[in-house]
Design a protein around this ligand. Structure first.
Ligand code: BGC
Length: 303
């Protein structure tokens, strides 16, 4: 789901091909409204990790459309990060790309230091960088377990810690928000849905759930808001196997009561709302953006 650090980028032609399949089969597609013209995040400074593809890219662009200045974090493919910067700049935002591996404490600290030099502060952190390394449990190497936990969970811890240090130091900036800062963790439906063959990934997202809630409980008195977005199946490179052919797409629909795959922009809009004062009383919550995937779809017709 979230911007993978090591996943290939889908060919644009593949995506349009896929949309053609859907059209041919008369399956419902997402209707993408125009980007928000309401600059609810005007003047705010945002950092999105893993923002050079997939969900992270869509979130960075949505935040920029909503008026935030954006740091586009990436770990590989600088040219893809630069494209996101260009697109954010076209929305009138200030933006730059910063390479840092979220697993590395020194790189994360240097990234925040640079951001504070460049933008003066941080108001919104989107902990998005994440990846999958799938294998049956009896074939999963310790290295694959550790790698996924390091990126998906430890990376979110390291970035949250740096953001919260700055939020506490600085306090509320009344001119931009009534909160002293917002952390948005990119979780997954797999923070609650067990996932055979993906124990490292599911364990990391289960960990994100209680990390997010524990931080939220701790920092609430400082008026720092901490929440998660939990995407279901979103059309990104990380899960192309699940939507890349008409057969796979039909199988996937059995898991989605709303009968369409999610688009990265679905997550972008949720992130903008969670970052804005419109959601000011939402704290320690996971917002599922999953077309009903968490509604036990197997019970649609039985039980
Ligand atoms: C995973 C995707 C998967 C989706 C629904 C996400 O968190 O990264 O690969 O399609 O959950 O199962």
């Amino acid at each position: 789901m979230n911007a993978p650090m090591t996943m290939p980028t889908p060919e644009l032609s593949h995506e349009s091909l896929m949309r053609d399949h859907l059209r041919a089969e008369n399956l419902p597609q997402a209707v993408m409204p125009a980007p928000p013209i309401n600059k609810v995040l005007r003047g705010q400074k945002a950092l999105v990790t893993g923002a050079n593809s997939g969900i992270g890219k869509a979130v960075a662009i949505a935040l920029a459309h909503a008026g935030a200045d954006v740091v586009v974090n990436y770990v590989s493919r600088p040219e893809a990060a630069e494209e996101v910067v260009q697109e954010a700049t076209h929305c009138g935002a200030e933006a730059y790309a910063h390479r840092a591996d979220v697993r590395k404490e020194d790189e994360v600290q240097a990234m925040f230091k640079t951001m504070i030099q460049e933008f003066g502060t941080i108001d919104i952190l989107v902990n998005n960088a994440g990846l999958q390394k799938d294998a049956p449990i009896d074939q999963m190497t310790l290295a694959d377990w550790q790698f996924v936990l390091d990126v998906n969970l430890t990376g979110q811890f390291l970035c949250s810690r740096e953001a919260i240090r700055e939020f506490k130091r600085r306090g509320i900036r009344k001119e931009v928000s009534c909160a002293a800062g917002k952390v948005i963790c990119m979780s997954s439906v797999h923070e609650v849905i067990p996932w055979a063959g993906h124990v490292n990934y599911a364990a990391s997202k289960g960990g994100v759930m209680l990390m997010m809630k524990s931080i939220a409980q701790e920092v609430a008195p400082h008026r720092i808001r901490v929440n998660s977005v939990a995407p279901g199946a979103i059309r990104t490179p990380i899960n192309m196997e699940a939507w890349g052919t008409p057969e796979a797409y039909r199988e996937l629909m059995k898991l989605i009561p709303y009968k369409r795959i999610g688009e990265p922009e679905d997550i972008g809009r949720a992130a903008v709302w969670l970052a804005s004062d419109d959601s000011d009383y939402i704290h320690g919550a996971t917002i599922f953006v999953d077309g009903g995937m968490t509604l036990y779809p197997g019970f649609e017709t039985g039980g």
